[in-house]
Design a protein around this ligand. Sequence first.
Ligand code: ADP
Ligand code: MG
Length: 507
Amino acid sequence: MALLARAPGGGFMERAAGTDSIVDSSPRMSGHAGEPADAAPGTQSNAVPAPLLAQWNRVRARLQMEIGDADYRSWLRQMWLAGLDGDEITVKLPNRFHRDLVRDRYGALLSALWQAENAAVRRVDIRVGAAVTDDAETPIVSPALLRARAAGKPDERSRAEERDASALDPRFTFDNFVVGKPNEFAYACARRVAERPASTGFNPLFLYGGVGLGKTHLMHAIAWELGGSSQAERPVSVAYMSAEKFMYRFIAAIRSQSTMEFKEQLRSVDVLMIDDLQFLIGKDNTQEEFFHTFNALVDAGRQIVVSADKSPSDLIKLEDRLRTRLGCGMVADLHATTFELRISILELKALRAGVAVPHKVMEFLAHKITGNVRELEGALNRLIAHANLFGRPVTLEAVPEVLQDLLKAHDRRVTIDEIQRKVAEHYNIRLTDMSSARRARAVARPRQVAMFLAKQLTTRSLPDIGRRFGNRDHTTVMHAINRVTELMATDAGFAEDVELLRRMLES
Ligand code: ADP
Ligand code: MG
């Protein structure tokens, strides 16, 4: 199977603690000689001159606007700029699959955007080269940076701080969060924690709700707020990371025998935020470590903020004592959005973008895209980018054309047959092995992936899925889902594979 050798994200606490003891030492790039040794998105190698880098960042931002967040994240986030040679720009992607897809789907757009940005660029060469780390979740946020940002002094930031900034999305502030019935309680709790961290009754703060309803947004908003308002002598230090990152770092620390440092660093922060805790599930020693860190911090009067897709009591794989502790502070639920809230969100986004969007368009979007706010936003961004590109206003007429794929995806149902076929094809096994009794890893793992995707992409129940995979029991399906979830959390290459399959099935 096509596993990518992707180096996991770096940067954890290296600055804040002044040590690199638990920084991943594996090479970030598997590039050819002469290629930059460190080229995370946004922190391009020093081989690329700063003005070019600035242009590249603008091109990328436009690209993201144009094609929407979801597709950008799937296909283009790992694209990096290798350099400008004469009139030719070279960008690279980690593997052939990505390269071909980007070339076919976005090549023309990328060229157009580059030419609009820099008239000297005539050609864009898209090549395979190196994997780039995902620095989207650098956890420790330095108080100095937060204050500099809050004071609107970005120029004072050093390069290292610039990198830290990528961890917190500058758009995820309280100001940019639209409050409505479904989220007003969670919002109020987040506000309260930002104003008075670690006050009784609000520690830990446990935020939960479905995908794309604003959990991460609220967590970042708390971090921004704490940084901005900390005029006190002792600055507030905030650590934010996903549960996956937490696990990964913990495992890396064990491997490099630096768990003590890892623990000390974690326990030295004022506010610890762990996003998507559901991914900590089923990992005994990491749960244990989290539990101890958690207790140490709460006992020391520090604030914990946790998010998950379910309430503490529904996170069944969580250890009892952890679940109990998580539930004993404030538990706030982000409910599914209402039509009114979706309209308000669209209104705010259009306002922020400074673009007039007809109400009919917003109504259409709010009717069609009802689940994930990220998708709703992505759709709006695409309409705006499209209109900008052609110098036209946003109209209802343009919607079907511009959002064709997205709207289709929302009407589409993936079948288990399709999933089995695609997965078998991808891993090069026989379709019959999806329901055969063979248990060799080479067939069992793809089968598990297919079960996992069946659960994710269809509305079938576990027993139903089991029946379609050679009359297996629903507990087998459950085991498969857990196994794949675990592997995805620890093996970036595997996770990427599954993600690619998912997107292929959905598109
Ligand atoms: P989650 O972490 O719950 O999956 P996010 O916090 O990442 O969701 O939110 C997904 C996207 O939707 C983000 O771009 C976020 O800014 C936006 N969003 C979600 N809820 C709101 C809201 N109430 N107001 C404004 N933007 C929102
Ligand atoms: Mg999130």
